[in-house]
Ligand binder design. Structure first.
Ligand SMILES: *[C@@H]1O[C@H](CO)[C@@H](O)[C@H](O)[C@H]1NC(C)=O
Ligand SMILES: *[C@@H]1O[C@H](CO)[C@@H](O)[C@H](O)[C@H]1NC(C)=O
Ligand SMILES: *[C@@H]1O[C@H](CO)[C@@H](O)[C@H](O)[C@H]1NC(C)=O
Length: 458
């Protein structure tokens, strides 16, 4: 279960049950009924002047077998928002959206319920392949990400973007890290060049202890333009009944104590034993809040791995026992008063050096691949219409980056990246949403896909 696959396999919904009183974001107030935008200060999130703790659930009904956009379906969204309100959550994480769909209604229902969106910008067909990161980092890929940013930057309740999800799931694919960081850099540059508000961009890491801290440091080293705005990781090590010391979370707090950007759990909720969600009291307790900014329970709608809080059958929704367990945990857990002991400033991390667990050879220290030259046009002109979920995919599209970025920018001064890729088609060429067995090869942004993969590998 330490491995990402196993964890994903177990993913079931967890609902975060913040009571409405815990949703302090709303009280900060803002114009026209919308929520205050969330910003990063030091190692914390703030909604207006109030510390913002993520109390959320992972929300991808249909899971791996049916990659549908949950926030483009107004009827289901309405049904689910009512449940979210019962739980008292303030955030949902969505793993896949269709960047050609309209999201106004659902985003507005979420906002009315005091709920923000944490969004993965990758889709199964538009994502970095962990076995061929260089080839899949290309203009066609970035165009899809940028189109997704265009679509969601207009909502005040867009909380943050995940630039990648579980791309690295073992020490031997840590060589994907420079690509993850380059994508994060490019997304930040795009937001900047389009004059959008500073929506935080960061990464969601698999539950892999061996390289957890090296990855966290790597994504937070170097100048601001290339650093993540936050770091999130999945953690299934708190299995009820547990404690800070039994789960080892006390050690993680210690090891991350100097981390200078917001940190939170992008998935948690071990289901080995009967779930009472004792982790909730810990996450929002005074031992963790100086270092952590909340978390997202895996997951809302039940799948084969039994992590769900509710089952959905057609339009019929049924709450499972875990739903009320989580609701109770949230109702019994207030946020700490004041600022929760956050650090308003800290030192950026030192880039890790090559090791047994950090096998990054091609790009050292702060070196990163240059943004593929074919993507420069989007910075100036905007991304245009995205490919949605039915596009032909980016992983074999060509035009990959072939150079190292010059310091101080994402660009290369002599980027000759207009060559089309000659990488072998092979397994990669047949990565489609329905073909989950290919997923181990994909640095995909979709947790639900890994769920299925996990099942396969197990
Ligand atoms: C990478 O490491 C994992 C275990 O950490 C192992 O299962 C896998 O076979 C390795 N892959 C390669 C290509 O060596
Ligand atoms: C955090 O920073 C302090 C002061 O620089 C240092 O003494 C301490 O060892 C650091 N802790 C960790 C876990 O790196
Ligand atoms: C690649 O770029 C070079 C230099 O800009 C140009 O001369 C060449 O025609 C381009 N090749 C392709 C296939 O676009």
């Amino acid at each position: 279960m330490k491995a990402a696959f196993a964890i994903a396999a177990a993913a079931a919904a967890t609902l975060v049950g913040a009571t409405p009183t815990n949703i302090q974001a709303r009280s900060s107030g803002t114009s026209s009924g919308s929520l205050p935008v969330v910003t990063v200060k030091g190692n914390a999130f703030f909604a207006g002047d109030e510390r913002f703790y993520i109390r959320g659930v992972d929300y991808q009904p249909g899971g791996s077998s049916d990659t549908a956009d949950p926030i483009a379906n107004v009827a289901n969204c309405k049904r689910d928002v009512a449940e979210f309100k019962k739980l008292g959550i303030n955030t949902v994480r969505v793993y896949t959206i269709d960047n050609t769909a309209n999201h106004d209604e659902c985003m507005s229902m979420l906002a009315d319920a005091g709920i923000y969106l944490a969004l993965d910008v990758n889709t199964p067909k538009y994502s970095i392949r962990r076995d061929q990161p260089a080839q899949s980092y290309n203009p066609t890929y970035l165009q899809s990400l940028f189109a997704t940013i265009d679509e969601f930057q207009k909502y005040d309740n867009t909380l943050l973007f995940f630039s990648g999800n579980e791309v690295i799931n073992a020490d031997n694919n840590t060589d994907c890290a420079p690509y993850i960081k380059a994508v994060t850099r490019d997304m930040k540059a795009y937001i900047n060049s389009r004059n959008y508000r500073k929506i935080p961009v960061g990464y969601s890491a698999a539950d892999v202890e061996s390289n957890r801290y090296e990855l966290a440091d790597y994504l937070n080293c170097g100048p601001d333009y290339m650093r993540s705005d936050f770091f999130a990781f999945n953690d299934y090590s708190w299995c009820d009944p547990s404690s800070m010391s039994i789960s080892g979370w006390d050690q993680k707090v210690q090891k991350f104590s100097n981390y200078s950007i917001p940190l939170f759990l992008s998935e948690y909720g071990c289901n080995t034993n009967k779930r009472t969600f004792g982790a909730v009291a810990a996450i929002y307790g005074s031992q963790m809040t100086p270092v952590y900014s909340g978390g997202l329970v895996y997951e809302y709608v039940n799948e084969a791995n039994n992590y769900g809080l509710v089952t959905v059958d057609g339009s019929q929704l049924t709450e499972l026992p875990d739903f009320s367990a989580l609701m109770k945990a949230y109702q019994g857990t207030q946020n700490p008063s004041g600022d929760g002991g956050y650090k308003s400033s800290g030192q950026v991390s030192t880039c890790p050096t090559e090791s047994e667990t950090w096998q990054v050879k091609d790009f050292t220290n702060m070196d990163l691949p240059a943004m593929p030259s074919g993507a420069q046009q989007y910075m100036k002109n905007g991304a245009g219409t995205g490919p949605g979920l039915t596009g032909s995919g980016s992983q074999e599209a060509g035009g990959q980056s072939t150079t190292t970025a010059t310091p101080g920018s994402g660009s290369s001064s002599s980027d000759s990246s207009n060559s089309s890729t000659s990488a072998s088609a092979g397994a990669a060429s047949s990565v489609h949403m329905g073909e989950m067995s290919m997923a181990p090869l994909v640095c995909a942004g979709i947790v639900t896909f890994f769920t299925l993969v996990g099942t396969t590998l197990l």
